[in-house]
Design a protein around this ligand. Structure first.
Ligand code: NDP
Length: 410
C-alpha cells in the first residue's frame, strides 16, 4: 500500500489516475497535481463516479517547472513515488525534486528543452549516479512507445531469439475523431516529433532522412494496410544501446493524407516554429499558440471510432536458424471511452505507466539508478498488461512487412 503523486491532468494523466484508483491494494492514496486544478478536480469526480471502491483522489495546483514548489508539495504529501505525466519539459525539475525529497520517479517521455527538438535521453541518463547514490529509482519512458515497445522487444529477446537483429516498431492509429485536425497527445510534442528529420539505426550508425520522406504500406492486425512513415522515435536510442546485436532498428507511424496536408500547410506558413517571434510587443512561440487553438487530447474521446495497433516486428537467429516474430496490441477508441472516458492513445500510454509504477512499488522492478523499461524482466509486466486493459498477441514465424537484404544481414 503506497502513496503516489501523479503530476499532469491531461489525456494521459486522466487514464493513469483512473487505473491507479482501480488498484487500491497498491495505490492506496493518490494526489493528482497539475497546472490547472479544475482539470484535476474533473478527473477526481470521474474516478468517484466510475471506479467502485476507489480511494478519494486528492487534488492540488502545482507549477512543475518550479523545483522548490515541487519539493514543498512532495514533503507535505510524502509519496513513495512520483508518476510524471505532465510534459517532457518538466522531466528534469521533477527528477531534481525527487532526488531532494527521496522519492522514486517514472515518466513516459524523454526530457525536451523548450527551444530545440532533440528527443534524446542524454540529460536524463546523466542522473544515473545521483539516483544510484540516493538509493532511488527512475524509470524512463514507460508509456506504450516508448514503453511497451521496449518490453515487447525484451520479451522477444528473452523467449524467442538467441540474437535479435532487425527491429521495426509499427504504430498505427486507424481511429477517426471526426475533427478536421487534432493531435492525439500533446500537440506541441507531437508536431515537434513529426516535423523533425527521420532517423534510423543501421550497421552501427544513425542514418538521417528528410521528414516523412520514407514510407510504405504496412498490414496492421484488425486494421488492414495503412501507409506508414519512418520517423525517429526516442525508444530507438535506448533499444540500440541495450540490444547491441541489432543491425537495424526503425520506427514507423501511420498518418492520413488529411493529417499530412494540414501539417504541411501549418509548416509552410510557419505555425510549427519553436523559436519565438515578436507579435504586438511580445514574444510568442508559434507552435505554443497553435496548441492553444487545437482540441485538447483529453477531449477527443467522445465519438472516436476505430482502433490503434502497435507492435514490434523482429527478425533474428534462434538455434542458428533465421526466425521472424511479431508481437502487438490493438486498442479500441470507443471501448476505452466507454470504460473511463478516454481515447486509445492516452489509454495505451496511461495503462503501462500505472503498471510500471506497480512493478516498482511491488519490488518486481526496483533497483537504484536511472533505467529504460527493457532493462527489466518483461515477464511480470506482460503478465498483467492484458488484465489492466491492453491484451497482447504474438506470432512466431510471422510474415513481416519489411525486406531484409543480404547486404545488411552480413
Ligand atoms: P496533455 O497536453 O493532454 O496534458 C499535459 C498536462 O500537463 C496538462 O494537464 C498540463 O496542464 C500539465 N502541465 C503542463 N505543464 C505543466 C507545468 N509546468 N506544471 C504542472 N502541470 C503542467 O498531454 P498528454 O496527456 O497527451 O501527454 C502527457 C505526456 O505523455 C507527455 O509527456 C507526452 O509526450 C507523453 N506521451 C507518451 C506516450 C508514450 O507512448 N510513451 C504517448 C502519448 C503521450 P494544463 O492542463 O494546465 O495545460
Amino acid at each position: 500500500m503506497s502513496k503516489v503523486l501523479i503530476i499532469g491532468a491531461g489525456g494521459v494523466g486522466s487514464v493513469v489516475v483512473h487505473k491507479c484508483a482501480a488498484v487500491p491494494e497498491v495505490f492506496s492514496d493518490i494526489l493528482l497535481a497539475s497546472r490547472t486544478k479544475a482539470k484535476c478536480d474533473k478527473i477526481a469526480a470521474s474516478v468517484a463516479e466510475r471506479i467502485p471502491n476507489a480511494p478519494p483522489i486528492k487534488t492540488v495546483q502545482v507549477d512543475a517547472d518550479n523545483v522548490p514548489e515541487l519539493v514543498a508539495l512532495i514533503r507535505d504529501f510524502q509519496p513513495k513515488m512520483v508518476i510524471n505525466v505532465a510534459l517532457p519539459y518538466q522531466d528534469l525539475t521533477i527528477m531534481d525534486a525527487c532526488l531532494e525529497t527521496g522519492v522514486h520517479y517514472l515518466d513516459t517521455a524523454n526530457y525536451e528543452p523548450k527551444d530545440v527538438a532533440k528527443f534524446e535521453y542524454s540529460w536524463q541518463w546523466a542522473y544515473q549516479d545521483r539516483f544510484k547514490e540516493a538509493g532511488l529509482m527512475a524509470l524512463l519512458g514507460c508509456g506504450f512507445d516508448p514503453g511497451v515497445t521496449g518490453v515487447f522487444t525484451a520479451y522477444a529477446a528473452k523467449h524467442h531469439f538467441d540474437e535479435i537483429q532487425y527491429l521495426d516498431i509499427v504504430d498505427c492509429n486507424a481511429g477517426d475523431h471526426g475533427k478536421a485536425f487534432a493531435t492525439n497527445f500533446n500537440p506541441e510534442i507531437n508536431i515537434r516529433e513529426i516535423t523533425q528529420h527521420g532517423r534510423y539505426w543501421e550497421n552501427g550508425a544513425w542514418h538521417e532522412t528528410e521528414p516523412l520522406s520514407i514510407h510504405q504500406p504496412v498490414d496492421y492486425p484488425e486494421v488492414g494496410p495503412k501507409e506508414s512513415y519512418l520517423l525517429f522515435h526516442e525508444e530507438l536510442e535506448s533499444l540500440v544501446k541495450n540490444f547491441p546485436s541489432l543491425k537495424r532498428a526503425r520506427f514507423w507511424m501511420t498518418f492520413s493524407q488529411n493529417y499530412i496536408n494540414h501539417l504541411r500547410v501549418l509548416e509552410n506558413v510557419g505555425m510549427t516554429r519553436i523559436d519565438p517571434v515578436r507579435f504586438q510587443g511580445q514574444d510568442i512561440v508559434p507552435l505554443e499558440f497553435l496548441k492553444a487553438v487545437l482540441p485538447e487530447p483529453a477531449s477527443l474521446g467522445e465519438g472516436y471510432k476505430g482502433k490503434t495497433s502497435i507492435g514490434c516486428q523482429i527478425k533474428g537467429l534462434k538455434n542458428g536458424q533465421e526466425q521472424t516474430y511479431f508481437i502487438w496490441n490493438n486498442c479500441d477508441h470507443a471501448a476505452v471511452y466507454q470504460e473511463i472516458g478516454a481515447q486509445a492513445v492516452s489509454y495505451t500510454t496511461g495503462v503501462p505507466a500505472m503498471i510500471g509504477a506497480m512493478m516498482m512499488l511491488t519490488g518486481k522492478w526496483m533497483k537504484p539508478g536511472v533505467y529504460n523499461v527493457e532493462e527489466f524482466d518483461p515477464d511480470p509486466f506482460l503478465a498483467v498488461l492484458g488484465t489492466y486493459g491492453l491484451p497482447w498477441h504474438e506470432k512466431v514465424d510471422a510474415e513481416l512487412a519489411f525486406a531484409y537484404p543480404d547486404a545488411v544481414a552480413k
